[in-house]
Each structure stands twice: as C-alpha cells, then as structure tokens.
Design a protein around this ligand. Structure first.
Ligand code: IVH
Length: 682
C-alpha cells in the first residue's frame, strides 16, 4: 500500500474503531462481532507497524475503550490506570509473546517463563477499592484514566464483600470483571420480554446495562457476579507472584476463577488454553479467550507497559466459531418503528455449542453485499455471544436472480421506502400497520402527546387484543364498550369512569400535541407546535403539505420558511398524506376531536391579556397542557396569585393559592369548567 492510501485508511480506521468503542462501551449496542472488531484493530496495528510515522494522535492503539459519557454517574480518576490487553490469535502469537519477553529481560532462549493462565471473562472491568479491608469505592474502567463511580450499585452484588476477611493491606484495589452468568441472562431476558421491556443482546450488555444505573435498586434486582483478575493501587503486596496474590485475594473472600493456573512454561499454558476452549460451551459464563500473565512480579515491573497494555500479559482470543448451512428463506420483520429487517431462516446448525436457526441479515445493503438468496449455502459465525451473522455466501456465483427486497410492507401492504442516504427501508403505514400499531398508539396517548392518563401500555394492549382499538379515533369510541369492559378483570365502575373522563377531557386537544401524537416521521413535538403556530389549524397544515407534495412552490416556500423545517419534514408530511389510509385515519380522528385553532396572543379573545393561575391536582391534563391552553386563548399563565390574577383554576388539594384567591375575591373555577371554556373558545 502506498503511503497516501495508508494515511487515508488509518484515518478511517481511527473513526470507525472509535465509533464501535462508543457503541460497545457507552450504548451497550455493538454493531459488529468482537472478532470483526479485533480484525479492525489488527489492521490498524499492522499499518502502523509498516508506517510508524503515520501513527495518529487519536489512534486506537493509543486509547483504551472510551471516556464515559451521559450516564449521569460521577467520575472517578483511577489511582493507577486501568489498562487493556494486547491480543494473540494463535499458539504461534503466544510463543512470540514469550520470546519477546525473554529478549526484553535478556533471558536465555530456552529459559522457562512461568505464566498464569485464566479465562478472559466477557464482562466489564471494575476496580474495587478497599481501605483497611472495607469497600470504599467501586469504579468502571471508562477510558482507563477516568471511570464512573458505581459504588452504590456494586454494593448490591453478592460476590463483592463489603469487608475483606483476614489481614488485607491498608489500601488494596482489587480489579476484576463484573459479568452475568448465561442462565441468569436467559432468565432476565425472559422476564424483560414478559414485561415488554428492552431485550439485551448478550450477557455482557446485560451486565453493563445493569451496572451503569443511576438507581442501585435496579442493579440489586439483576443477577451480577464478580471475578477478580488483578489489582490497582496497593499499599503492600501479600506475595511476589501473580499466582500468589490471586490466591491471597481469594483468601480474603473475593471470587477468583477456579480455572486460574500457574503454568511452568508456555506449552503448559497453551495446553490449559485447549482445556478451557473444550469446556467453553459448558462454562456457566461467556468467555472470549484465555489471559496469560508473567507470574514473577519483579519481571512484570521490569517489563512495564507499552501505550495502553502491559508487556507482561496477553489475551489469547478464541477464534470466532463458524459453520456452513443452507439459507432456507429470507423473512422480513417489521419493527416497532416500521423498519423492515430481513431475517435469514437457516437449516439449524451447531455453532460453538449453540443451535443457530435464525440470523439477522441487517438490511437491504447487507443482502446485496453478500448476494444471498434462499437456497444458498452460507457460512454462519458466532463470536462471543454476539447475535450470529452470515459472513460468507458459498453459492454467490450461481446464475440465479438476486433477492428482491420488498417495496411494500409485508404486514400491512403500505409502501416501504428508504430515505435518501439511508440504508433502512421503512413501512410508511404507520398506525394502520399492525406491527407499529401498539407503539404508535402508546405514543399517541403518552405524556408529551395527548397525555391521556389511565390509558397506559397495559390497557392499550388489552384493547388492541379485544379489537376495540386500531387507530387513534377509536380511543374516543371506547365508551361504546363500557358494559363489556366492566366484565373484564381489573376494571371497576370507578376505574372505567376515570378512564372515560380522561378521554373525554381530550376532545379539544392542543393541535400541536395531536399532530405530534400521530408519529409522523421527523415531526417532533417542537416541529408540530411550530407548524400549528404557522398555519393555525390542522386542516391548513394538511392542505399546505399536500400542495407542497404536488409541487406547489408557494406551499413549499411557506413550509420551509418556518425555522427548523426543511426538506425531510416536508417530504415526511407529503408521504404521510399521500397514503389514503393515513388520510382516513386523520379524518376519522378529526371527526372525534376538535383541536382549537392556534390563537396568537396578538388576537383579541375574551381572555387576551388576562392572567390565569392553576393550582391543586389537575386530573385530566398536565400542568403544561393547561398552561398551553391558557396561552392559546391569549392569556398568561402565572405561578402565583396576586391582585393581578383574573382566574384561578383549582383542583383537589388546592391550598394557600385558593385561600388567597378567595380573600382577594378572584373568580375560582374547577378543571371541568376550565375545559368547557377551552372547548367553547375553540
Ligand atoms: S487482566 C493490565 N485478566 O479484558 C491487565 N483482564 O481486553 C488488565 N478481562 O480490561 C487486564 N478477563 O476487563 C485481565 N482474566 C482477565 C480478564 C481480563 C477479562 C478484561 C478486562 C480488561 C480487558 C482487556
């Protein structure tokens, strides 16, 4: 490779690897397998070895993991950095690692180098700081220099003693891996599924997601475990070998792997690797290799570190496991957001102790890249516990037509389109698509949208199941099922009345919230509000969007003149109204509700310039919505009662404000009367 290409490639690798680091460490949502990630890192290292003067300041070889972001947990600066490990991928790599050590220490070519060998646990590293034997702090690795304070969470892990037994040095940081056992992971995901909560991709992600919680009670409910594999800052060391110290740590009551051995030389270490690899599928937790460490601490000290990893340790990674099988079919699944995901159905095949019969094919581009069609022989890979992937197609050269990615949604028949520059194909069916219906309805009644209290996920699911709900307008016709609802478990007169009252209170909803609630792509709460402000009513918005879609330059200009509204919003609105079923749904909804037109404060209404105060509990709307309604009427919503107050809307529990309003002789009404005023003004 010529230098310019190498520089270019190194730049791309730095960006790409940094992105995968973020996905893995911060978002617990890796996109590629560990083996593919390692391949990128190796390519980077090989290029840097060939062109040492091209090593970038932001090179992945100089950085560990990724600085913590956005979790809301406090930062902890590590007293000693938490390092990473270099990787070996073959016995030869490991022998070369030992040969390098001999050269560095100027030992004889055949001098034995005793090593410890232990499983590389696929979890996340954590540093436990003990002072006088008492756990005082726990921190994640973060970028190696600064991690996150997870003390409260780690205190909930049974494997981690609050107090060490025996005589530990005054300061001793135990480092190790927090992980989740395979069985516990399966049980957790089953429970998540039942509760309609997010599923975790693998035990590592589940452990990471469980640990980095602001609320320790969430961590406490998750089955996390800990295995020690080293130490950080210490005031004294209880032995002069790695194996000796690990034994001491075990003696203090902290779990240490029972697969940790001291090998007299590299061949013994490799034999242990073979044993662990053979046992891998039966181990209770995921491992992705074996870690070797020089046993003598005086040698470790002399060997020191290179950039981000010690010279005295290496991770011998397991090869990604692969198998061949037949791709029987490609099914298209429609996700909650309408994304069409191709799923490969395989002739079941064993890969690394697990039977694989489904693989994700990610998207249209991935299918084209692999050139896969039903009937092809494919190579399936499973690395760590990452979702199995198709990595190769053995039949691709056969003269058969390519797989035709659907241009219509298999669930509802609506058009399925990919936006410019996007790989994902999405169903445009929105609410009429059964795959999207539940999420869409949930969004529609949710707090930032219509905010119908009492119509939660459970009720939506129940009403969907009963066939009472398909689209938003149906919500306002639910009362027809009153008698039958009263026969259902969990529903009593009072709860049914409350539900219907909450629904009725939304007959004159805020137009912006209603528009936002429809979940039109790119139309968020702010955009929806801006549209309403600019056009006044929902029909006016529709008319303008349809005209713009049909090529009316004036309509397009009026839309894009609004701050923050660009071609994506215009196109999304156009697409939405282009679908007849969306128009039906819209008409149906507007036959049930009458959102008041947006009234700019400049317009005169009975309430223009008046000051309104809300107090007590509002039962059918949020405080924000009530204030927005007041503003819609041209009034000002204030926080306290004074002689300038014109109206007090008081709900149950109103106290001092109500008293003061009465003293000042200010008109006081309840929420129902307020709703009537709003409806009348609309
Ligand atoms: S020793 C200075 N031993 O692997 C050396 N690490 O890829 C520090 N890991 O950050 C690491 N099992 O989180 C070591 N038996 C083991 C390990 C192990 C898992 C993790 C650890 C480290 C990462 C490096």
């Amino acid at each position: 490779m010529i230098e310019a290409d190498a520089a270019n490639r190194l730049m791309r690798l730095a960006k790409e690897i940094a992105r995968h680091n973020r996905l893995y460490h911060d978002q617990d949502a890796p996109e590629i397998s560990d083996a593919d990630y390692d391949a990128l890192v190796r390519e980077n290292a090989a290029l840097e070895a060939q062109f040492p003067h091209l090593v970038r300041a932001d090179s992945p070889s100089r950085t560990v993991g990724h600085a913590p972001v956005a979790s809301g947990l406090a930062k902890v600066t590590h007293a000693r950095p938490m390092l990473s490990l270099d990787n070996a991928f073959s016995g030869e790599d490991v022998r070369e690692f030992v040969a390098r050590i001999r050269r560095f220490l100027a030992l004889d070519g055949d001098a034995p180098v005793p090593l410890t060998a232990e499983p590389k646990i696929d979890g996340l590293s954590c540093s436990l700081r003990y002072e006088n034997g008492v756990l005082v702090q726990a921190a994640t690795r973060g970028d190696g220099a600064v991690g996150e304070d997870v003390t409260a969470n780690v205190r909930t892990i049974a494997d981690v003693p609050q107090r060490l037994t025996g005589n530990a040095p005054a300061i001793f940081e135990i480092r190790g891996e927090i992980y989740m056992a395979k069985d516990d992971f399966a049980a957790l995901n089953a429970a998540q599924q039942k509760a309609q909560q997010k599923l975790f991709a693998n035990p590592r992600n589940a452990a990471a997601g469980s640990l980095r919680q602001k609320d320790p009670s969430v961590t406490a409910a998750r089955p996390l475990r800990f295995l020690a594999h080293g130490w950080g800052e210490v005031s004294a060391l209880p032995a002069d070998t790695q194996s000796g110290i690990m034994a001491a740590i075990g003696g203090w009551g902290v779990p240490v792997s029972d697969l940790l051995i001291r090998a007299g030389d590299v061949e013994q270490a490799l034999a242990h690797y073979a044993r662990i690899e053979a046992e891998r599928a039966d181990l209770p937790f995921d491992i992705d290799g074996v870690v070797y460490k020089v046993d003598r601490l005086d040698w470790q000290t002399r060997l020191g570190f290179v950039a981000k990893a010690p010279r005295w340790a290496i991770a011998h990674k397991f090869p990604a496991e692969r198998a061949q099988t037949t791709l029987e079919a490609i099914d298209i699944q429609v996700g909650r957001t309408g994304k069409l995901t191709p799923v490969g159905r395989l002739t079941p095949v064993g890969v690394g102790g697990v039977i694989v019969s489904n693989v994700t094919l990610h998207n249209r581009d991935e299918i084209a890249r692999l050139g896969v069609r039903p009937g092809d022989r494919v190579v399936v890979q499973r690395a760590g516990d990452v979702i199995p992937q198709v990595v190769d197609n053995l039949t691709r050269h056969e003269d058969r037509p390519a797989f035709a990615f659907p241009d219509h949604c298999p669930e509802c028949g609506s058009e399925a389109v990919a936006e410019e520059g996007e790989v994902d194909v999405r169903c445009t069916g929105g609410l009429i698509c059964p795959a999207q219906r539940f999420e869409r309805l949930r969004h529609f009644v949710g707090r930032p949208a219509l905010d119908i209290e009492g119509l939660g996920e459970k009720s939506i699911a129940e009403f969907l199941g009963l066939g009472w709900l398909e689209r938003p307008g149906d919500i306002f016709r639910l009362k027809r099922h009153r008698a039958e609802l009263l026969t259902k478990e969990g529903w009593k007169e009072k709860s049914v009345d409350n539900l219907f009252a909450a629904i009725e209170a939304k007959r004159a909803p805020d137009a912006g919230r209603l528009l936002f609630g429809l979940g039109i792509r790119h139309v968020g709460a702010v955009t929806a509000k801006d549209l309403v402000k600019a056009f006044g009513t929902l029909p006016a918005i529709r008319e303008t969007a349809e005209a713009a879609h049909a090529g009316d330059a004036d309509a397009l200009a009026r839309l894009t003149a609004i701050d923050g509204i660009g071609p994506a919003v215009v196109e999304a609105l156009g697409d939405f109204f282009h679908e007849p079923h969306n128009c039906d749904l819209w008409d149906d909804l507007l036959s049930e509700v009458s959102p008041p037109a947006y009234v700019s404060t400049a317009r005169e209404t009975e309430w223009t310039g008046k000051t309104i105060v809300f107090t007590g509990k509002l039962e059918t709307m949020s405080r924000d919505e009530a204030k927005a309604q007041a503003e819609n009427l041209g009034a000002r919503a204030a926080g306290s009662v004074s002689a300038q107050t014109d109206l007090l809307v008081a709900g149950p529990g109103a106290g001092s404000k109500l008293k003061k309003a009465n003293e000042l002789g200010i008109r006081v009404i309840d929420e129902g009367e307020w709703a009537a005023i709003v409806a009348a003004a609309g």
